[in-house]
Design a protein around this ligand. Structure first.
Ligand code: ZN
Length: 169
């Protein structure tokens, strides 16, 4: 009987270990490493997200909310560094690509690497916009528009609440 229980327990442990190994991975660019790395996707329940995010961060990242213009901490923020995901810490945008769009939201011409973000069509507000999110945790960041400056002609219009600035050492 004891042997059967032990075997069952071992089987259970093995199965859960397999589960951990099977967690979906994404290829992303790491600024620190200066290279692409394989990183596990970050998946949390709603209550887990609520525990680690502020109410404002939760609203933007997990409910695709938009902070009021000129209200965030980064629209007029200058400094060299990386704007990482406030949900999972993934490197998303560099201060080198940041510019003053005058919109009241932090704006960038391009992400650190296209591999680090995802996009989808957003048909709310009676118009079609392109939504931008973090590829690792799925957190909503903002939208991308085609009225940005050269060289990309793109304007990544983001919410400060979705970002965490990390200054260059
Ligand atoms: Zn993220």
């Amino acid at each position: 009987m004891r042997t059967i229980l032990t075997t069952a327990l071992l089987l259970l442990l093995t199965l859960s270990a397999v589960n951990v190994v099977a967690a979906e991975k994404v290829k992303v660019y790491s600024v620190e490493k200066g290279a692409y790395i394989m990183s596990e996707k970050v998946e949390k329940s709603e209550s887990e997200w609520r525990n680690i995010l502020t109410a404002e961060q939760f609203h933007v990242l997990r409910e695709e909310g938009t902070e009021p213009a000129f209200s965030g901490k980064y629209h007029d923020h200058h400094g060299e560094g990386v704007y990482a995901c406030a949900g999972c810490g993934l490197d998303l945008f560099s201060s080198e690509a940041k510019y003053d769009s005058g919109t009241g939201w932090p704006s960038f011409t391009e992400p650190i690497d296209k591999a680090n973000i995802g996009t989808k069509k957003d048909r709310r507000l009676f118009t079609v916009r392109t939504e931008v999110h973090c590829v690792r945790c799925g957190g909503h960041l903002g939208h991308v528009f085609e009225d940005g400056p050269e060289p990309t002609g793109l304007r990544y219009c983001l919410n400060s609440a979705a970002l965490q600035f990390e200054p260059l050492e």
